[in-house]
Every structure is written in C-alpha cells, then in structure tokens.
Design a protein around this ligand. Structure first.
Ligand SMILES: [Zn+2]
Length: 150
C-alpha cells in the first residue's frame, strides 16, 4: 500500500475538459515551507497558461499561478518561488491595489517590465532564494518591509 502511494500519479488533475489545475505537490510544499506560510502553500493553485500566452513563463492572479507547460512539467521551482512572492504581494495589497501599483510602476519605469517595483522585489528575493541554496527566510516579512516602495 505504501509503495502504491509513493508511485501515485502526478497530482495534475483534469478540472474541466481542457484546463488542468493542481495544488502544490508534497515535495514543492516541503521545499517552499522555509519561505512561505503553510496556509498560503495550501491555498495556491497551479494552472496551465492558455495557449495564446505560450511565450510567457508564468502569470499570477491572486493565489492562482499560471505556468506554461514546459515549466509545469520541468524544473520550475525558481519560477514558482518568484510567482509565490506575487501571491504574498497580492495578499498584502489586495487585488486592485496590486494591479494599480503594478500598472503605475510599469508606466513610471517607461513601460519596462523589469522596472516595476513589484517585479524588482520579486526578482531580488528570487536571487536571494537561488543564492541561499535552501537557506530559508520569510517572504511575508520581506514584502511587509518593502510595501511603501511598491
Ligand atoms: Zn513577476
């Protein structure tokens, strides 16, 4: 019975005819627990990006992370980490304030994606995550400290 559980199929499940959606796997949750609150890891849902957006790696809307197929099925942890930083930002700012600040930052930075303060911070924390090789820190506290800059 145990062996059967260990070889259970990928937690991808068919939610409708074409859209696939899943929660985080046990392995993803264990890995990310050093950075994110358990309730957030429990709530997050991963979905496959719609085909017209295939060139995009990932998009987050509230606690749903849309990933392109190659990321969903491959080495996606750094990207997932980055998108979960956005989930924390959404959580702290609320949907409309997040979107407003995102657009405002985009316009203020000459419509350059990398100049958006919410993105800059997500990339900064992603860099720290990669450099730390698993050494944990609390993303929620980092986001809280940076709120005035968003
Ligand atoms: Zn981002």
């Amino acid at each position: 019975m145990r062996a059967e559980a260990e070889t259970a199929p990928c937690p991808l499940e068919r939610a409708s005819g074409r859209v696939k959606i899943r929660g985080l796997s046990e392995q993803e949750r264990l890995h990310l627990a050093a950075f994110f609150e358990p309730a957030l890891l429990e709530r997050v849902r991963l979905r496959r990006l719609p085909r017209p957006l295939a060139a995009v790696a990932g998009i987050t809307l509230r606690s749903t992370v849309f990933l392109s197929r190659r990321w969903l099925e491959g080495q996606h942890l750094p990207l997932l980490f980055h998108e979960l930083v956005h989930v924390v930002q959404y959580q702290r700012l609320g949907l409309w304030r997040f979107l407003w600040r995102y657009l405002r930052g985009w316009a203020a930075g000459g419509f350059r994606y990398r100049a958006i303060p919410l993105e800059r911070h997500a990339y900064e924390l992603q860099g720290r995550y990669l450099a730390g090789r698993g050494r944990g820190f609390r993303v929620a506290a980092e986001v809280e400290a940076r709120l005035p800059d968003y």
